[in-house]
Design a protein around this ligand. Structure first.
Ligand code: UGA
Length: 433
């Protein structure tokens, strides 16, 4: 099929590259001409395992191209995905300016039937607005459909998530739209949930909010474990083996971050408020998430006593492993909280340092984890990269000023750390002192 993807950010690029791999002819559009030129030269603006190779291969066999022209893309493609950003507008609501502009631009260029699909995460009822916007701006009499097809891929495993989804959700209002999307996704052999547009929009927001709730739930349980000296990982495993609960998203840590959960939770609370429902549960989920960072700072204070003037080594800046994305990263929030207490910060991340340099002030960025350890008063694990799980801990111990590790992601075994002679403080597990 001929496909256009408007918006070449995370979701747009991965969707475009994967749909091309499935045999479609895809044009990825972006209004940032610098980004489009770079993509044409084979430079990918984000780090995502496997994406560069996938894009390169599909460009080579002419199934994938890049453009700044919505006009050309609309002309060439029967199905047009909107995958532009929907950032927080500052008051919790999603900023849908990008969606409106793109919908209007598509409308101006509509000459014959096109299916316009919302791929970006949007509040329920956005589909209605997209329809109205297109109807307002359309020049001729071309028929069109609007559909919703939310994306559930995770950064770091985006290609695998796209190619092997648990489910595909399509919100449609006509047989033609339904048939087109079913045809497009048939090669993935995944369960397809067909709903109306509003339900599809809500499935996405509700899914992210539910996953964030699971994380805050286990983080709250970790606080009880801290006091009761229970082990939150054992508690999570014991809970998660119940199929009704499930094992996923029960890792206690320093709180969720990234470009999706914090923003989508706010947006759902905000749309619920607008509709007259006070979604107190989600407000509490956010509060627990914020509180988790304060609890970690307390743990660091509890083990270092005075933070002012001490050097804290931080491993991990990205909001999760296998990405260079530092948007809403809890690691960055923690660094700022520690700096406010007067700490000197040394940091390392395998992929996140280029972006972090542009944002963080007064941080010494190191070339490798061991340079972070050298002369630091303690080591703090903020992101669970495999590289950190495989460190030579004896070397780490020698390099640190004192053998103290505060592990915000529970990546080491307490018993092993005790044997190695560390003071080891983790989340929701007994401290090794
Ligand atoms: C999330 C969803 O998982 C995807 O399904 C969705 O498509 C995406 O948002 C989106 O809306 O675009 P992502 O933000 O890439 O994906 O990352 P996740 O793997 O969900 O992690 C989010 C945050 O939760 C990270 O900070 C991670 O460290 C944290 N987390 C995750 C935990 O603290 N504990 C866990 O058990 C799992």
């Amino acid at each position: 099929m001929d496909i256009a993807i408007i918006g070449s950010g995370y979701v747009g690029l991965v969707t475009g590259a994967c749909l091309a791999k499935l045999g479609n002819k895809v044009i990825c559009v972006d209004n940032d001409s610098g980004k489009v030129s770079a993509l044409k030269r084979g430079q990918i603006p984000i780090y995502e395992p496997g994406l560069k190779e996938l894009i390169k291969g599909n460009v080579k066999n002419k199934r994938l191209s890049f453009s700044t022209s919505i006009k050309d893309a609309v002309k060439a493609s029967e199905v047009i995905f909107i995958a532009v950003g929907t950032p927080d507008s500052g008051n919790g609501e999603a900023d849908l300016t990008g969606i409106e502009h793109v919908a209007a631009d598509i409308a101006i260029n509509l000459k014959s039937y096109r299916l316009i699909v919302e791929k970006s995460t949007v509040p329920v009822e956005t589909g209605e607005w997209v329809k109205r916007t297109i109807t307002t701006h359309i020049k001729g009499k071309a028929a069109f459909d609007v559909a919703s097809n939310p994306e559930f891929l995770r950064e770091g495993s985006a290609i695998n998530d796209f190619m092997h989804p648990d489910r595909i959700v399509i919100g449609v209002e006509s047989k033609r739209a339904r048939d087109l999307l079913l045809k497009l996704y048939r090669p993935l052999h995944a369960p397809i949930v067909v709903t109306n547009i509003k339900s599809a929009e809500l499935i996405k927001h509700a899914s992210n909010a539910f996953l964030a709730t699971k994380i805050s739930f286990i983080n709250a349980v970790s606080r009880i474990c801290d006091i009761a000296e229970a082990d939150v990982r054992e508690v999570a495993r014991g809970m998660g083996l119940d199929k009704r609960i499930g094992q996923g998203f029960l890792n206690a840590g320093i709180g969720y971050g990234g470009s999706c959960f914090p923003k989508d939770l706010e947006a759902l609370v905000s749309i619920a408020d607008k509709m007259g429902y006070d979604f107190k549960l989600l407000k509490e989920v956010k509060k627990i998430n914020e509180g988790q960072k304060d609890a970690i700072v307390d743990k660091i204070k509890g083990s270092l006593w005075i933070i002012k003037g001490k050097t804290i080594g931080i491993l991990g800046l990205a909001f999760k492993p296998d990405t260079d994305d530092i948007r809403n990263s809890p690691a960055l929030d923690l660094i700022r909280l520690l700096q406010r207490e007067g700490a000197n910060i040394k940091a390392y991340d395998p992929k996140g340092m280029v972006k972090a340099r542009g944002i963080l002030k007064k941080v010494t960025f190191c070339r490798d984890p061991y340079l972070v350890c050298r002369g630091s008063d303690c080591l703090f694990i903020a992101t669970e990269w495999n590289e950190f799980k495989e460190l030579n801990l004896l070397k780490v111990k020698k390099l640190l000023k004192r053998p103290l590790i505060i592990d915000g992601r529970n990546i080491y075994e307490p018993e092993k750390m005790r044997k190695l002679g560390f003071r080891y403080i983790s989340v929701g597990r007994k401290d090794i002192c």
